[in-house]
Design a protein around this ligand. Structure first.
Ligand code: MG
Length: 388
C-alpha cells in the first residue's frame, strides 16, 4: 500500500531530491502536502508533479501567486504560518522535514505525532532544541530516521552492535572548498567562493557552514541527540571523496562503516522506507574505479567553528542553542558581504562566551526559541564592529 508523505521544505535541495525519489517509486507514495518558503511557482510545480493534495508557503504575501499557479488543478493551498501548520497536521505516515535553519524547528516539532515517522533533514531542530525535541518524540513514540548522509550511515553502522560497545562514532567531512587553502587565502574569501562546494550541491546557508566546518560541528550535536552518544565518543574525519559517510569503531577494535556514492537520494529513499532498502536505479559504487580513498584530520586552526561546536557540545545545556543562533546571524552577515570569513567564528565565540543563558538545556521548544532569540540579538549587535 502507498504510504502518505508530507514534504516540509519541498523546493529546497533535499526537497527536490525527495521529489526525484518519489517519482522513481511512484506507486509507493501518496503525497499529502508540500510546504515551501516563498517560491510560489516552484512549489506549484512540485505539487503538480507529485500530485499533492495540499500546498503551503511560509511567506504569506506569496499566497495569491500560489493560488493562481494552482488554479484548476484541484490542489488546495494556503500561505503563512497557519497554512504551514495545517499542512503538518494533515494525516501522513511519514513527514520529511527539510526546512533549512531554525525556521524549520516549529513545523518539524509540530510534525511529531503518534504513529508517525519523521525523516529528519533539519539538523537545527536537534541543535537548537535537541533535548526537548527528542523527549517529545519518545513520549509520542515517533520514530526519527536521519536523512543527513552521515547520520543515515551511522544509524546503520550502529545497528551492528550495542551502544555501550561503541568506542567512537565518526562522521566524515568532505573538507569544503577551503580544505587546501591557507588561512590567509581563506580570510579573504567571499561568500561566492565559500559556496563552491566540491561534492554536494546544497542550499546557501549549509554551503557556508560546510566551508567553515560548522556544518560538521552541528552534525556532531545532531548525532549526540539521535544516537545517545556523549561528546567523548563522537569525532570528525576529513574525507574529500565523500564515499565513507560514517563509521563506528567498537571496543574490540572492529570498525563498521557506511559507504555510498554521494547522492542524497540514497539516504532519502532509505529514511522514507524506515531504514528498509528498496531498489533505486542509481549508479553503483565502483571502488576499483575510484582506486583510493583518503582521510585526514580536520585542521581546527583554520576552521575554528569546529572547535566552537565541539566546545558547545561538551558544555551542553543551552550552549548548542546559543552557538547555532549566533552562527545563523553571522552566516547571514557573511553572505551579505558585511563581514569576513573569520568574523563568523569570532562572533559565535563572543556570543557563546558572553551569553547569560548557559545553564540547563531548554526543556521546551518555546524555551529554546527564547534563548535562540537572545543569542541572535547579541550576535546582531556584534556585526557592525566586524564590518569590512
Ligand atoms: Mg551532512
Amino acid at each position: 500500500m502507498a504510504r502518505s508523505l508530507t514534504i516540509l521544505g519541498a523546493t529546497g535541495s533535499i526537497g527536490r531530491s525527495t521529489a526525484d525519489v518519489v517519482l522513481a517509486q511512484r506507486e509507493k507514495f501518496q503525497v499529502e502536502a508540500v510546504v515551501g518558503g516563498r517560491n510560489a511557482q516552484a512549489l506549484a510545480e512540485t505539487a503538480k508533479r507529485l500530485g499533492a493534495r495540499f500546498a503551503a508557503l511560509a511567506d504569506e504575501s506569496a499566497g495569491p501567486d500560489l493560488r493562481q499557479a494552482l488554479g484548476g488543478t484541484g490542489i488546495a493551498c494556503g500561505a503563512g504560518r497557519s497554512a504551514v501548520l495545517e499542512a503538518v497536521d494533515r494525516p501522513a505516515d511519514v513527514v520529511l522535514a527539510a526546512i533549512s535553519g531554525t525556521a524549520g524547528l516549529e513545523p518539524t516539532h509540530a510534525a511529531l505525532k503518534s504513529g508517525r515517522r519523521i525523516a529528519l533533514a533539519n539538523k537545527e531542530s536537534l541543535v537548537c532544541a535537541g533535548s526537548a525535541f527528542m523527549a517529545d518524540a519518545r513520549r509520542l513514540g515517533v520514530e526519527i530516521t536521519p536523512v543527513d548522509s552521515e547520520h543515515n550511515a551511522l544509524d546503520h553502522a550502529l545497528s551492528a552492535g550495542r551502544n555501550r560497545d561503541v568506542e567512537k562514532a565518526v562522521i566524515t567531512a568532505s573538507g569544503g572548498p577551503f580544505r587546501t587553502w591557507s588561512r590567509d587565502q581563506i580570510e579573504k574569501a567571499d561568500a561566492k567562493q565559500a559556496s563552491a562546494h566540491p561534492v554536494w550541491s546544497m542550499g546557501s546557508k549549509i554551503n557556508i557552514d560546510s566551508a567553515t566546518l560548522m556544518n560538521k560541528g552541528l552534525e556532531l550535536i545532531e548525532a549526540h541527540h539521535l544516537f545517545d552518544l556523549e561528546a567523548e565518543r563522537l569525532d570528525v574525519l576529513v574525507h574529500p571523496e565523500a564515499i565513507v559517510h560514517g563509521l563506528v569503531q567498537w571496543t574490540d577494535g572492529a570498525v563498521t562503516a557506511g559507504l555510498a556514492l554521494p547522492d542524497m537520494k540514497v539516504p532519502i529513499a532509505n529514511a522514507l522506507h524506515d531504514g528498509v532498502r528498496l531498489f533505486m536505479d542509481l549508479p553503483r559504487l565502483d571502488l576499483a574505479a575510484i582506486g583510493r580513498l583518503t582521510f585526514e584530520r580536520a585542521d581546527e586552526a583554520r576552521f575554528p567553528c569546529l572547535t566552537l561546536a565541539k566546545a558547545a557540545l561538551q558544555a551542553g545545556g543551552a550552549m548548542p542553542t546559543i552557538l547555532n543562533a549566533a552562527n545563523e546571524i553571522a552566516v547571514e552577515a557573511y553572505m551579505a558581504g558585511e563581514i569576513g570569513f573569520y568574523a563568523i567564528s569570532e562572533i559565535v565565540e563572543t556570543v557563546c562566551s558572553t551569553s547569560s543563558a548557559g545553564g540547563k538545556a531548554p526543556a521546551t521548544v518555546p524555551d529554546a526559541l527564547a534563548i535562540d532569540g537572545e543569542a541572535r540579538a547579541l550576535a546582531r549587535r556584534l556585526v557592525p564592529a566586524k564590518r569590512i
